[in-house]
Design a protein around this ligand. Structure first.
Ligand code: ZN
Length: 182
């Protein structure tokens, strides 16, 4: 079973406090992948920053995606559903202190397709969490993005080299029946 994990596609990270202009380009491919995941019955996870005052990384980035604030909501284009796993996190990694591993195991997930932001920060730490817990990792390059000025290629190469991630594209995941068969 596969899970699509969408990391931090929140208003603050798209056009809010930590806006990333590059994120606009990945909304459409991510929508296509999300629709595909729903059709195929994958588990869908929104791994969302939901910070509390005093969370360590706020020293670095300033306040962002504070729990309950409008900026901590998933962008409207991706519209989470009630059956999705909405997983709140207070640091970079989707698996760090969130209970996500247990939720995925209950549903028989053994492969995670990790998308969202940012390739070199939360996607990276979430990939490490997935590696430690024995999941196969797939990263569609057009459904992740780093900050402007950070090399996307280097960030993806790191995921490949260090975590054994398969780097692919949304078209490949959506288009090829061979690739979506579990
Ligand atoms: Zn954060």
């Amino acid at each position: 079973m596969k899970a699509l994990i969408i990391v931090d596609m929140l208003k603050d990270f798209v056009d809010g406090k930590l806006a990333n202009p590059k994120a606009q380009d990945m909304i459409e491919p991510l929508q296509r992948l999300l629709a595909h995941a729903r059709r195929e019955g994958w588990v869908v996870v929104f791994s969302n920053d939901a910070h509390q005052p005093g969370d360590p990384e706020l020293k670095i980035w300033g306040e962002h995606a504070m729990a309950g604030d409008p900026g901590a909501q998933v962008i409207e284009e991706l519209a989470p559903r009630e059956t999705d796993i909405i997983s709140a996190k207070r640091g970079y990694g989707a698996f760090d202190g969130t209970g996500l591993d247990e939720q995925l195991r209950e549903r028989g997930v053994d492969e995670v397709v990790i998308t969202g932001q940012h390739t070199h920060i939360c996607v990276r730490h979430s990939s490490y969490g997935a590696l430690l817990r024995g999941y196969e990792i797939t990263i569609p390059a057009d459904a992740v993005c780093a900050f402007e000025g950070v090399s996307e290629d280097d960030a993806l190469e790191y995921l490949k080299q260090t975590y054994g991630a398969t780097v692919t594209s949304v078209d490949e995941l959506v288009g090829s029946p061979a690739k979506v068969t579990v």
